[in-house]
Design a binder for this molecule. Structure first.
Ligand code: NAP
Length: 317
């Protein structure tokens, strides 16, 4: 039996592993389908402190993994099928490996950005297609950008990207936006934002020099058209990766794990959450790493027997 199992290997999971391993807690880290998480699908990362010239996403994650290993964290590959948090020790069922038991669990499974699922999209992730304006906007200085989506994220990203882009075209599949009025107004007041509403995305189009634009179906004119752009930002929401929890951990209306404010404690003592799976707001590598550190410290205290409490009442208020 392990003192602690960490599920997930983005910056949150790896940071939790580094801290727990250095505290001699010998954590077992379950890597999942995409070891290293979302950052392994990006190229240059310029906003993670400590890398003056930037660092490649996969390299950053590999460094974190090696750092955790150096202090004794154990890794196993596998998909967590289900968990049983009803009594201690907690049980984590890993595909092909059976049930693994632990005194504590840190959930760091992240949130997956939703994609459109259209031709050309996946082939060009990191090559003109992005799901993170904060991460990649800087690479599109003076260029034409498309943002897809009609919610608050799309409005926010469109407004943010006008700092870099020569123009931002907001493409949405309906006439009506889902975004709150204030976010819509902010985007509408921005002269650099152009609107292509009632357009259903069909295909990311590339040419010899990279991305050419987005082919859409103009639902009003009932014809296909190409909207030219150097970059396409897909902002149609995120899905926190919590299905394996089967409702045992409290989540908010959007499925994000609820933690006691200012901590990483979930409604079950001994189960902690960090990174994007509990963060609908910032979703940055550095904030994920920060909460990974918090989870390890909260977990360590729990294992020492000093922070067990039930805060479900706080949540229900
Ligand atoms: P969202 O509100 O679910 O909006 C997703 C948008 O993407 C919708 O307009 C939807 O179109 C579109 N969409 C979904 N699937 C699509 C597909 N396959 N093809 C084309 N379009 C597709 O997601 P969100 O904008 O990420 O916001 C999530 C939550 O976070 C919301 O509660 C939001 O208020 C909150 N948030 C708040 C802020 C802020 O206040 N600063 C910023 C960001 C997010 P339809 O409208 O046609 O369904």
């Amino acid at each position: 039996m392990y003192k602690s199992i960490i599920i997930g290997t983005g910056p949150a999971g790896y940071t939790a592993a580094i801290y727990l391993a250095r505290a001699n807690m010998n954590p077992l880290v379950i890597e999942g389908m995409q070891p290293g998480g979302q950052l392994t699908t990006t190229t240059e990362i310029e906003n993670f402190p400590g890398f003056e010239q930037g660092i490649l996403g996969p390299e950053l994650m590999d460094n974190m993994r090696k750092q955790a290993e150096r202090f004794g964290a154990e890794f196993t590959a596998g998909w967590v099928e289900e968990v049983d948090f009803s009594k201690r020790p907690f049980k984590v069922k890993v595909e092909g490996k059976g049930i693994i038991e632990a005194e504590s669990v840190i959930i760091a499974t992240g949130a997956s950005a939703r994609y459109l699922g259209i031709p050309g999209e996946q082939d060009n992730v990191g090559r003109g297609v992005s799901t993170c304006a904060t991460c990649d906007g800087f690479f599109f200085r003076g260029k034409k950008i498309i943002v897809v989506g009609g919610g608050d994220s799309a409005m926010e990203e469109a407004s943010f990207l006008t700092r870099f882009a020569s123009s931002v075209t907001l493409v949405h599949r309906r006439d009506e936006l889902r975004a709150s009025k204030i976010m819509q107004d902010r985007a509408r007041e921005n002269e650099k934002v152009q609107w292509a509403l009632n357009r259903t995305p069909l295909e990311i189009v590339t040419g010899e020099n990279g991305l050419k634009g987005l082919k859409v179906h103009n639902n009003e004119a009932n014809q296909d058209e190409l909207i030219e752009a150097d970059g396409v930002f897909v902002a149609i929401g995120h899905t926190p990766n919590t299905s394996f929890l089967n409702g045992q951990i409290h989540t908010d209306d959007h499925g994000y794990i609820q933690v006691k404010p200012g901590t990483t404690e979930t409604n079950i003592p001994g189960v902690f959450a960090c990174g994007d799976v509990q963060d609908n707001r910032y979703r940055q590598a550095i904030t994920a790493a920060g909460t990974g550190c918090m989870a390890a410290m909260d977990c360590e205290k729990y294992l020492e027997g000093s922070s067990v409490h039930d805060w479900s009442e706080t949540l229900d208020q």
